[in-house]
Design a binder for this molecule. Structure first.
Ligand SMILES: [Zn+2]
Length: 564
């Protein structure tokens, strides 16, 4: 393409509205524009890069035998009522009515559409297994759209669903998708960490997130510095630390008057102890049953782990009234001492002696509390991992990082097939629910994550497969016929070989062109200048500093070998 025929509206100054590097660069290089909060337009260069990601995804999905189809973005209310999710989705779902007052939503996700398609179209066990996918726009009314296309209200997503006759089949389909995802992100040049999103306590790998470590990420993961283990922060397993001595002399508990002491910091000051000498009791409601969860004073309770252990659907913090009712004290003085409700102690509490807890009495705490002071309790791993913990697989150090989720694979089992009657008839004539898996990739997010990973102070540095154009031909002077003709010849030859390239035919100073070439991040640059008369050009990779002078045909061969 000739630069002057293209739409590349680059911006010189750094856009104020953008926080993330990828967002800044996408605006500066003219890849996207914001239409409204969380709503973006892909301009030609940005769309071409997005299409390249789409192509990689499509190829890798098809390599695994997945079939592409295309669902509607508009979903009738009745379909989500069938699964019971019309009311479950909160204000994130865009709802609308047509002229006949029928209700619809703009699909935030497509589980129901895929499940009813399988229900209606798959008749026999002979059609299983089957994996279907689409690349489709999704809509979510995010409360706080952020970081350009990383968290926005309308976005492109690849979603796939597998249908199997049993769990063994699902394992195979899931592993295929796992492999496809590894290939996809590798081809995108992305360093991904695959994090267990399933609780270790539940014991399986029923769900994994493909995460890109980045400070702008709104998720947190714990990863091992040595063996590659990674997990969602709230789900990461904790191995018990045995360094505490349990043979210490157990004292008898003592009631202490602690007026106006509410927070752990205040309590530590008052008692002259540190937070790790305190057992913090949280009161929760699990499917309408009160539960006390106890973690060390300096630890954080993981609601996800607790919910998995309690096997409850709904787990929330108890309100003030309930706490008062249960403990007969103001909020802030709860303790398992003398209680007969369900009590779950974090494993770490096992190794604590003579610790401090509330006293279930306003303005009082106990000191020198020990397990013998609790009526009944169970131990479990219910706290959030910290950098002080060690890797549950190999025992090495744990690092906590922010990360952006670019993909998620998930074993759904029969939840949707049962709800939506998606059954098949087996060899014995028995009707059984199909066993499902679901697999998503955010395309825009992947694109932004690639830019986050590949950039420098001058601009984007595209990995070759995603680059919207592979080569940038830069004549230093378009009014010099030798220079210009050689540039056009290179452009035409590359195009004839199927290589997308840009010919910067603008009558601009070379400095302006060099800056734009660097900002756009096209991987290979050919500068045609004064020594064109000797048949020579300059070749430079965007990701390297060196410039090599070579003949026209050497440069051509070089481009072909890098791109192919
Ligand atoms: Zn490890």
């Amino acid at each position: 393409m000739y630069y002057t025929k293209m739409l590349i509206p680059t911006i010189r100054e750094t856009p104020q509205e953008a926080e993330a590097i990828s967002h800044k660069l996408m605006l500066k290089a003219g890849l996207v524009r914001r239409l409204a909060s969380g709503i973006y337009i892909f301009l030609p260069l940005g769309y071409k890069a997005l299409r390249n990601i789409e192509k990689i995804i499509r190829e890798e999905m098809e390599n695994k035998g997945a079939l592409e189809l295309f669902m509607s973005a508009l979903i009738p209310k009745e379909l989500l009522e069938e699964s019971g999710r019309w009311d479950v989705f909160g204000p994130e779902m865009f709802r609308l009515k047509n002229r006949e007052d029928r209700e619809f939503c703009l699909g935030p996700t497509h589980e129901e559409s895929f499940t009813v398609t399988a229900r209606n179209e798959i008749k026999s066990v002979k059609n299983l297994p089957l994996t279907l996918f689409q690349i489709q726009t999704k809509f979510r009314d995010e409360l706080r759209p952020r970081f350009g296309i990383i968290r926005c209200r309308e976005f492109m997503m690849k979603d796939a669903y597998s249908f199997d006759k049993d769990e063994t089949g699902l394992d195979k389909s899931y592993n295929d998708m796992h492999e496809a995802y590894c290939n996809i992100f590798k081809r995108c040049g992305l360093d991904v960490v695959i994090a267990d999103a399933d609780s270790g306590a539940m014991g399986g790998s029923g769900s994994q997130e493909f995460m890109v470590l980045n400070d702008i990420g709104e998720d947190q993961i714990a990863s091992c510095t040595s063996c590659g283990y990674a997990a969602n922060l709230e789900k990461a397993e904790i191995i018990e630390n045995e360094t505490f001595s349990s043979d210490s002399l157990l004292s008898d508990k003592e009631l202490i008057y602690t007026p106006n002491v509410r927070t752990i910091d205040e309590l530590c000051g008052f008692m002259g102890c540190s937070a790790d000498g305190f057992a913090k009791t949280l009161v929760l409601i699990a499917d309408s049953v009160p539960v006390m969860a106890v973690v060390r004073g300096d630890r954080e309770l993981s609601l996800k782990k607790l919910a998995a252990i309690l096997k409850c659907k709904d787990l929330v913090m108890a309100d003030e009234d309930l706490i008062k009712n249960l403990t007969k004290a103001e909020v802030g003085f709860a303790s398992p001492v003398g209680m007969n409700c369900k009590v779950i102690l974090d494993n770490e509490i096992k190794h604590m002696v003579n610790f401090v807890t509330g006293a279930n009495k306003t303005d009082y705490h106990y000191k020198n509390v020990n397990l013998k002071d609790f009526n009944k309790y169970d131990f479990s791993d219910i706290r959030v991992i910290t950098p002080d913990d060690s890797c549950p697989r190999c025992g090495c150090g744990i690092k906590i990082s922010n990360a952006v989720e670019v993909g998620h694979i998930f074993k759904l089992g029969d939840e949707y097939s049962k709800a939506l009657d998606c059954m098949y008839t087996d060899e014995a004539g028995e009707r059984k629910p199909m066993i499902m898996g679901c697999y998503g990739i955010g395309l825009g997010r992947t694109l932004a994550a690639v830019i986050e990973q590949y950039n420098d102070e001058k601009g984007i540095i595209w990995p070759i497969e995603i680059a919207p154009y592979k080569a940038y031909i830069l004549p230093t002077n378009v009014t010099d016929p030798i220079i210009y003709e050689m540039s056009v010849r290179m452009h035409d030859e590359l195009v004839s070989k199927g290589i997308d390239c840009i010919l910067d035919n603008r009558d601009e100073r070379p400095g302006v062109k060099f800056n734009d070439a660097d900002l756009l991040g096209i991987p290979l640059r050919i500068t045609v200048g004064r020594n064109a008369k000797d048949g020579m050009v300059e070749f430079k990779r965007r990701d390297e500093k060196e410039v090599s002078v070579m003949t026209y045909s050497q440069a051509l061969d070089k481009i072909l070998s890098v791109v192919k």
